[in-house]
Design a protein around this ligand. Sequence first.
Ligand code: FE
Ligand code: FE
Ligand code: ZN
Length: 280
Amino acid sequence: MLRIGCHLSSSRGFLAMGEDAVKIGANTFQFFTRNPRGGKAKELDLADLEAYVAFAGEHGIGQILAHAPYTLNACALDAGIRTFAKETMADDLLRLSHLPESMYNFHPGSHVKQGVDVGIAYISGMLNEILTPETKTVVLLETMAGKGSEVGRSFEELRCILDQVELSEKMGVCLDTCHVYDAGYDIVGALDAVLKEFDAVIGLERLKAIHLNDSKNPFASHKDRHEKIGEGSIGLEALTAVINHPKLGKLPFFLETPNELSGYAAEISLLKSRYRADAD
Ligand code: FE
Ligand code: FE
Ligand code: ZN
């Protein structure tokens, strides 16, 4: 069975997201833990959460993926911004501990001219302050396009972060197809070679989720602009190969394409029709 969903708005709570997921044929979904631009999260509604957990069980919604606000910067130049990133992430993980199963994805950050090594030290330092042996949520580093001074533009940079995290068994990686293609990994012409490289540098056992997006820009453009499935430079054939790859087919896939719910429903049904592993 293809595990697929999309990014949903969390403004109406967990149960509403579960209902939206079912409506569009999804069996998982991604959501922002709070306003994507950062700021205060709403009070956690435990009744809504409980209702969601029951609904998810009834409708076969599996593990879901929380996404940190994309403005968090764990390796900012300004100490106040770094502290804000740390406090926000710690609070997000505390909230997610109320969910039976979840993963938490974040953008490693932008080192803003401090150099990638300084950036990596700040990011892993923050994770070392936040992660505890009790942390149940799997924390994912997202592969980045390499826009500006983004950290995580290469598998090696993610490896360096993991190497410096003491409780790195709590950590995984989320591969964004648009971002890696933008970063210069040719998943269109050489998917096997890219995955081999991922395995050699990071280890495929760390790969826990895929952001399935097409790209508005050509290969290695370092731009990070998502496109609808089949309408960008990656294309439907290459994305079909991704969902059917023997090393990837069992992972959850999350669409972050420029769509309303009806557009997501159409993409999910298209990808389900292209999924061949259902035979096994
Ligand atoms: Fe992201
Ligand atoms: Fe993404
Ligand atoms: Zn992106």
